[in-house]
Write a protein that binds this ligand. Structure first.
Ligand code: FRU
Length: 490
């Protein structure tokens, strides 16, 4: 094992000095932000020694992506986070070009193993390469394995890429074997997920390719996750360069492949495919298993396309999504904010069966720190269109419009204060079921997460609108009955 070297000490000194200059009120209420600087993917999400650990792709020195470190925070309820010192810095030959995304596995001997991608910079003799590395520690300090990289791309079967080989998600099976899945790109430029096995986490053997994009779901598959859920197997991937089709938007997306997994042969049979999140800002989600068995997912509440143009209003940049419980229902992967979330509820306002038509405000329903569920009862109303405007003032609003006849929801933030001509709208299926349609919105200052029909579909988006724009209005093209339950958060 190598000794801690200078880049990590430098990052820790820097974040200690700079973070005290950031007032807590500058940050969102419950979404995790980087201690200082820049954040992207969630990494190493796990339950270890009585608390959740969440690491993240981190560039402490600026609000833009740079040489990747791992930031670190811990929490007992997934909502209140305590920062830990920077966990990894690029400081060895195996990761000199950056410590890219990866995962964490509590080991049987009580230590925590981080498995991550070490980037080796391009040299005069070759291109940049990506290899899988290990660091083991006590949950605060980690020593990189002397044998890094533990999976060299040179060991891959012919046809796989050595420069797009990253984001290991590792786990320990009941039989004591470690497994990991990692993203790769085949020679034909198709995203692929590779499965490896190990006895000790240090020596790995390649088993097989779990699945690939098959010319349908993007060119490189980043940040895989692979886990059983209520009798089915879920493969999560974040593809780059997707074509828009069906429910999938173009560019960077998040995809869940649902199927069957044979634990003996390791064959994964894909049966269904769905987007994980339909919003403008969600990418690279990772899951962990809570001690009570729940499968909890958290994602980077941003996107590579939009982050470049996003305003830098704070000394830090980017945040994680709300942690969500996953479940299978109606043959789909469904999501709900973790139930711990209810501990943030403060004043609750309820309006039952109110009728709206003209643009209406409802007493007590406003703000930018809110968990609000709106239930529409359109049957027999003749109503075809319902609109909800939030983060509203004279100039701005975020529009959520339900086209009830078509069963479609339009999320539109083009009047949300952005000065950039980037994607601002999404069209999402949203059907009336058993006479109603429910929309649950979590507002945390500069973001909104919208759960349609109890999490059948989710739309996650940042909202650049000034915080003083806190109005919420409801309107419909014919008298429409609604229930509104709004919990103010604190
Ligand atoms: C996904 C990603 C990963 C990579 C990391 C680098 O957002 O591109 O594939 O490991 O970010 O920061």
């Amino acid at each position: 094992m190598s000794k801690t070297t200078l880049p990590l000490d430098r990052a820790r000194d820097f974040e200690r000095e700079q973070s005290i200059l950031i007032p807590a009120g500058d940050r969102p209420l419950f979404h995790l932000t980087p201690l200082v600087g820049w954040m992207n993917d969630p990494n190493g999400f796990c339950w270890y020694n009585g608390q959740y650990h969440l690491f993240y792709q981190y560039h402490p020195y600026s609000r833009s992506w740079g040489p990747m470190h791992w930031g670190h925070a811990v929490s007992r309820d997934l909502l209140h986070w305590t920062y830990m010192p920077c966990a990894l810095a690029p400081d060895t030959a195996a990761d000199a070009g950056g410590c890219f995304s990866g995962s964490a596995v509590p080991m049987p001997d009580g230590r925590l193993m981080l498995v991550y991608t070490g980037v080796q910079p391009a040299s005069t003799v070759g291109r940049e390469t990506q290899a899988q590395c290990v660091a083991i520690g006590d949950g605060a300090d980690f020593e990189k394995a002397a044998g890094n990289p533990v999976i060299d791309p040179a060991s891959l079967p012919a046809g796989y890429s050595a420069c797009d080989f990253r984001d290991p998600k590792a786990w320990l099976e009941d039989d004591g074997s470690y497994y990991l899945v990692a993203g790769n790109r085949q020679a034909q430029r198709q995203g692929a997920i590779l499965l490896f096995r190990s006895d000790d986490g240090l020596k790995w053997e390649f088993l097989l390719e779990i699945d690939s994009s098959r010319e349908e779901y993007g060119r490189m598959w980043e940040c895989p996750d692979f886990f059983p859920l209520e009798g089915r197997q879920v493969l999560l991937v974040s593809p780059q360069e997707m074509h828009a089709r069906e429910e999938f938007h173009a560019g960077y997306g998040t995809v869940a492949l649902l199927g069957d997994y044979d634990r003996k042969t390791h064959a994964f049979t894909r049966e269904q495919v769905q987007p994980v999140d339909h919003g403008l800002n969600f990418y690279a989600p990772q899951t962990t298993r809570a001690p009570d068995g729940r499968r909890i997912m958290i994602g980077w509440m941003d996107n590579w396309e939009t982050c470049k143009e996003a305003p830098r209003r704070h000394p830090w940049y980017a945040q994680m999504s709300t942690p969500r419980e996953l479940r299978m229902e109606k043959g789909r992967l469904m999501q709900r904010p973790v139930r711990e979330f209810e501990s943030l509820w403060q004043d609750t306002v309820r309006h039952e069966r109110v009728t709206v038509q003209e643009e209406t405000r409802l007493p007590g329903v406003q703000g930018r720190l809110l968990d609000m569920t709106v239930t529409l009862y359109p049957e027999g109303s003749g109503c075809r269109r319902f609109s909800l405007r939030l983060a509203r003032d004279e100039r701005h609003f975020i529009l959520v419009r339900c086209d009830l006849a078509r069963g479609e929801l339009v999320f539109d933030r083009s009047r949300g204060g952005s000065l950039r001509d980037i994607a601002h709208t999404r069209h999402v299926p949203a059907e009336v079921q058993d006479g109603k349609l429910t929309l649950r919105l979590l507002l945390d200052k500069e973001s909104v997460e919208l759960f349609i029909n109890d999490g059948e579909r989710v739309v996650t988006s940042l909202i650049p609108t000034p915080l003083t724009a806190d109005g919420i209005t409801f309107a419909a093209d014919a008298p429409l009955q609604l229930d509104v339950e709004a919990h103010h958060l604190g």
